[in-house]
Design a protein around this ligand. Structure first.
Ligand code: NAI
Ligand code: MG
Length: 370
């Protein structure tokens, strides 16, 4: 019997609770059939927390998130909260979780399930069998660097409008090394290949990025095959021949864009999981939060139509990266693949050929059965 795995579930708003209910079924299955024990707690986040506590996440929930092996979050936000003050908006809960847990490595897999290959905007033969992992630095870079802001440009007669907008791309060597290490560790568990992307040709922060990633390679992971690529070429290569990549590591801004582009190589938003990892704790498990890439989907919330696969695959990532249960993660992903191959489709996965979609709960049940 393994020791128990602590998990904090934060369903959130809109379709968040609907897709999370299906993950609960999966957790129960692993407990009943694979001898795992999960110590699961559940709490409010986002608008659901605001409704009760007047803030999108409480200090108690934050403390709980800090103490568990993994957090699994559904989605937050919705039209009812759009006019709230910025400081209590549902999305602030995500920012607070990422920041206070110091989740600096954001993992976004782009995996093509064969049954959905015709869903891609690219040709089947280009995306078939595709399985890449983008590691995006999440807590630094141009989204956080100082100085920032919008200022008056004095009385500069050459600047029509008279204003300047400023953001600063700033990375320390330590920030680069730690995300590089996370990426090398992942590469080592996969195909032993890592591609680092920046713009060292035009940005000093890119030169530092390249040097530090190379340093981590030479000193700690010489056996992993490392290549460097300019991020604009990387964007081109991702749509030209994505299968040339296995693990990609890049900064916050380029990672934001490249991971969205890579995601769409493989189909629907309802399929995309993510993980955000921090520093490993004493037990070797990193601080970690797992969440589907999609939002709260207010247009379909409460209708039982949402695709639960993104949230289920996020839980598979938790099995792999937080609980070191790689075989169980493979088993869960294989079950998803099998159900799709059998033709099960939620409404978001209906192609032009049509058919009858199944609901959220039925998709969950079929995955459990598989
Ligand atoms: P969204 O991802 O919620 O929805 C975009 C479109 O994709 C909608 O048509 C929706 O029905 C569909 N969709 C999303 N997930 C689906 C699923 N699992 N199954 C089937 N269809 C799915 O993005 P949107 O509409 O821009 O934002 C809605 C709300 O969610 C906003 O309040 C936004 O701030 C919030 N949001 C929250 C995120 C999070 O919690 N991480 C991320 C993105 C948005
Ligand atoms: Mg984005």
């Amino acid at each position: 019997m393994s020791d128990s795995y602590s998990l904090l579930i934060l369903p959130g708003d809109g379709i968040g609770p609907e897709v999370m209910a299906e993950v609960r079924k999966i957790i129960d299955w692993f407990q009943s059939n694979r001898g795992m024990r999960f110590d699961v707690s559940e709490d409010l986040v986002g608008g659901a927390a605001y409704d009760v506590h007047g803030k999108p996440i409480t200090d108690e929930t934050m403390a709980k998130a800090q103490s568990v092996d993994a957090v699994l979050l559904g989605a937050v936000g919705g039209p009812a909260y759009d006019n709230l003050d910025f400081s209590v908006k549902p999305e602030r809960a995500l920012l607070r979780l990422r920041k206070e847990m110091d989740l600096f490595a954001n993992l976004r897999p782009a995996q093509c399930f064969d049954a959905l290959a015709d869903f891609s905007s690219l040709k089947r033969e280009v995306v078939s069998g595709l399985d890449i992992l983008i590691v995006r630095e999440l807590t630094s870079g141009v989204y956080f660097g100082e100085p920032r802001g919008i200022h008056s440009d004095g009385n500069n007669p050459e600047n029509e409008g008279g204003r300047v907008g400023i953001n600063t791309q700033r990375y320390t060597s330590g920030e680069i090394r730690r995300v590089a290490r996370a990426a090398f560790e992942l590469a080592r568990k996969r195909k032993n290949r890592l591609c680092s992307m920046e713009k060292a040709n035009v940005m000093e922060s890119g030169v530092l990025w390249r040097e530090e990633v190379q340093w981590v390679h030479d000193n700690e992971y010489p056996e992993v095959e490392l290549t460097h690529m300019y991020a604009d070429n990387g964007a081109m290569q991702l749509v030209r021949r994505p299968s040339q990549f296995d693990v990609i590591v890049t900064d916050n801004l380029f990672g934001d864009i490249l991971s969205d582009a890579a995601a769409m190589l493989t189909g629907s938003l309802g399929m995309l999981p993510s993980a955000s990892l921090g520093v490993p704790a004493a037990n070797g498990r990193p601080k970690a939060m797992y969440e589907p890439v999609h939002g709260s989907a207010p247009d379909i919330a409460g209708q039982g139509k949402a695709n639960p696969i993104a949230c289920i695959l996020s839980f598979a990532m938790a099995l792999r990266y937080s609980y070191n249960e790689g075989a169980a993660a493979d088993e869960l992903e294989a079950a998803v693949e099998r159900v799709l191959a059998q033709g099960a489709r939620t409404a978001d996965l209906m192609g032009p050929e049509g058919g009858t979609p199944i609901g959220t709960a039925e998709m969950g049940d079929r995955i459990v059965a598989a």
